[in-house]
Design a protein around this ligand. Sequence first.
Ligand code: PLP
Length: 426
Amino acid sequence: TEGKTPLADRSPDELAAFLAAQKTAYDALQARGLKLDLTRGKPAPEQLDLSNALLTLPTSYKDADGVDVRNYGGLEGIREIREMFAELLWVEPSQIVAGGNASLVMMREVLTDLWLHGAVDGERPWGQEEKVTFICPVPGYDRHFTLLDWFGIDTVTVPMNADGPDMDEVERLAASDPSIKGIWIVPTYANPTGSVVTQEVAARLASMPTAAPDFKILWDNAYALHHLTQDEAKTADILGLCSAAGHPHRPIQFASTSKITFAGAGVAFLAASVENVGWYTKHLGAGAIGPDKVNQLRHVEFFGSADGVRQHMAKHRDILAPKFAAVLSVLEEKLGGLGVATWTDPTGGYFVSLDVVDGTAARVVQLAKDAGIALTPAGASFPGGNDPRDRNIRLAPSFPSLEAVRDTMEAVATCVLLAAAEHLSA
Ligand code: PLP
């Protein structure tokens, strides 16, 4: 049927009619005076409610070792929560630190320590290098790029594929340039593509020769447990793989309960070689006496066990899965077969990555804005906010209600179609 003929295959007359129809649809959309927001990768209030019992915990103020959690001390975090999340992240308790409420802060601390003091396997502090460069799989997480920019670290991008970063490119870059000191990886349900790094890609990251002796994989496992289907991805064991490949200090893993309990009051984790853990806590000790152990104990009491965390995540899935299904069904219904967009179908995480016709992403976001719909700025998933093809849009359906997600996606589809029709008619 003509309704599903790719726009590129239509005659000039058909295209003109299609453009006129989209303009009409867009005018109707604007007239609705909507006010919707699909920008925020935040848990919805009903997800936060799942953890309200935390507000009356802990019932005790002693941890399993009899330590009074109300007092100073214990930089590495209390033993029970380290054991619980060591199990969930497939590391040893001696390889994990439990900290404050944000893993992003730990990432900044690690980069600061590398910058000022250098790595355990480094020759000098990174700040004394002429140039430091990071490999950034794109599209990726905007705050990773902001952090690099803040340090004055250069970026080089590689494509993020369904199985992880383009490894031929990563290997070539890492081997050839000693200024290349590391790579960002979101291994499970990447932001924004939902990609899962396969065992094979992880093994290549672990074993690849690098020109820099102190090359770091910043393994940001923010969505390690955030499954959307029964098909639960298990993150590759990067610590074990790197250790087996003779590069035990290469990976530093991060995770948190930001999207498990409270996004503003969870517990964050760093996992790495025992030497790296000692290196991190030594530098941490220059400015801290201990983390919020009361919050850590509260989380231990709330979950009870690693299995308790997994069961809790199933409740998040029940809330989130219908919202993702709504995004995908509207995209398929409105845009499928027209050759104007492709999108990811994530089995976990918080995002759907939408690629529209090259050169139209910024236009789509502007059209949406003018119709009262806030989308993540075009280019946000690229260093410097610069998407060279101007085609990627990150969709974050977690926060709005299911009904609002549907309304928003219908509106987004209208904007994608209008921008595509304008572009092809120009
Ligand atoms: N890493 C990724 C990939 C994220 O998407 C987010 C939040 O959106 C974070 C880290 C933030 O983690 P935290 O809340 O632990 O600082």
